[in-house]
Design a protein around this ligand. Structure first.
Ligand SMILES: Cc1ncc(COP(=O)(O)O)c(C=O)c1O
Length: 392
């Protein structure tokens, strides 16, 4: 009845021999329908940042639900959330809301086009922004040729390629995650001076800078990942963690983009649902109180350091890339071809999952503030046995 069964981004983990359906989820754990419990380092691909069923978030959501959710009018919580985001996020003056990250990346590109009167979008090779036509890889079916013709794809950390694209085309915007977190490849930080060079090139040509912070948002810096790296985009997209699992995404922007944001037509039947907005207000408040990025960075650093030590003890080389709260792992083995090395890495991940630590083989993992010292210690025990199993 469901084409592909578990489809889209939830299909991947199933491929490594993981459980398929959850029964319950609480804090940093979920339990599958066969009653096996896992420490969740996938965090639903990012939305879970405070822990499943977080009391303050769920109370805010329940209180709002008792008053109404999708109603014929907006709720004042819309304004509260916009004010809170504008207060928190560095350099932005307004916010608009949708449901999924792609709502905000699509809107960001529309706003940039409206602001510049140009159409072309420069993105990064392997950069993911959702599944609309312009975001799809060129070889995927179901996309009109003209949609991809509007997109120029360049390598990460290549400011010269960006300048060339701007010189050669009618570029409206440059869209990129704050650091490069592709699938199936080590994640890469910006080179020294990269974002400053991007800023200079885009400002000189009137090209809008869009930061897609849908995945990394609130895990590097609560003021937005651009604050972490020290640059000033025109538009910043959030999603995933914003509502701790409640469906909400946001586009924030500077005053220079405000008129364009007013000119474009953007809406959705569920965009004004108040429960996810109340959940988001509570999530942001809680993240601020906890000082969440420091907590997650520390947990991620300790988990990664422990895994690297274990790998060494078993004679493996575990490469850690990305950001501490979103670590990407790869067992490097120069004696193996890339495919075999990945197969070996996947066997290790599968053994971790079967042992009760839900890690991802081909994608960055996610740390939450709900992960405890016990979770780290238990994960390291599981990973130890998993490394051992690779030698048998
Ligand atoms: C960086 C980035 N941008 C955009 C998206 C799209 O978000 P959504 O799947 O919520 O539409 C994702 C989803 O994984 C993402 O990682």
């Amino acid at each position: 009845m469901i084409p592909n069964g578990i489809y889209g981004h939830y299909a991947g983990p199933v491929g490594v021999g993981a459980p398929i359906f959850f029964d319950t989820a609480f804090g940093s754990h979920f339990t599958d329908i066969d009653n096996n419990t896992y420490i969740d380092w996938m965090c639903a691909y990012g939305p879970m940042i405070l822990g499943y069923g977080h009391p303050a978030v769920e109370k805010a959501a329940a209180d709002q639900a008792a008053r109404g959710n999708t109603v014929s009018l907006a709720s004042p919580v819309l304004v509260e959330l916009a004010e809170q985001l504008v207060d928190m996020v560095d350099g932005v003056d307004w916010a608009l809301f949708g449901k999924n990250g792609a709502d905000s990346t699509n809107l960001a590109v529309m706003v940039a086009r409206a602001a510049t009167g140009r159409s072309k979008v420069v993105k990064i090779d392997g950069g993911y922004h959702g599944t609309s036509g312009w975001m799809q890889e060129p070889d995927r079916p179901g996309v009109a040729a003209g949609e991809r013709d509007q997109v120029i794809s360049i390598a990460w950390n290549d400011a010269a390629a960006l300048k060339q694209a701007i010189a050669d085309h009618d570029v409206a915007c440059f869209i990129s995650s704050p650091y490069h977190h592709p699938v199936l490849a080590d994640n890469e930080q910006p080179a020294d001076g990269y974002w400053a060079e991007v800023e200079t090139a885009c400002r000189a040509a009137g090209v809008a800078i869009i930061v897609d912070d849908v995945r990394a948002g609130f895990r590097l810096d609560l003021a937005g990942s651009h604050a972490h790296y020290g640059f000033s985009p025109d538009l910043v997209c959030f999603g995933k963690a914003l509502g701790n699992g409640h469906p909400i995404a946001a586009l924030t922007g500077t005053d220079s983009m405000r008129q364009a944001a007013m000119d474009v037509f953007y809406t959705g039947t569920q965009f004004f649902s108040a429960v996810p907005m109340a959940a988001a207000v509570a999530t942001l408040r809680e993240l601020l109180v906890i000082g969440a990025t420091d907590v997650m960075t520390d947990v991620g650093r300790r988990l990664s350091a422990g895994l690297v030590d274990l790998a060494n003890a078993h004679g493996f080389d575990l490469v850690v890339s990305g950001s501490p709260a979103m670590p990407y792992y790869r067992i490097a083995d120069p004696s193996l071809a890339r495919r075999e090395a990945f197969a070996q890495h996947s066997r290790w991940i599968k053994a971790c999952v079967q042992g009760g630590a839900y890690l991802l083989s081909y994608h960055n993992n996610f740390v939450s503030v709900a992960h405890t010292d016990d979770d780290i210690a238990t994960t390291l025990d599981i990973a130890d046995r998993a490394f051992g199993s690779l030698r048998t």
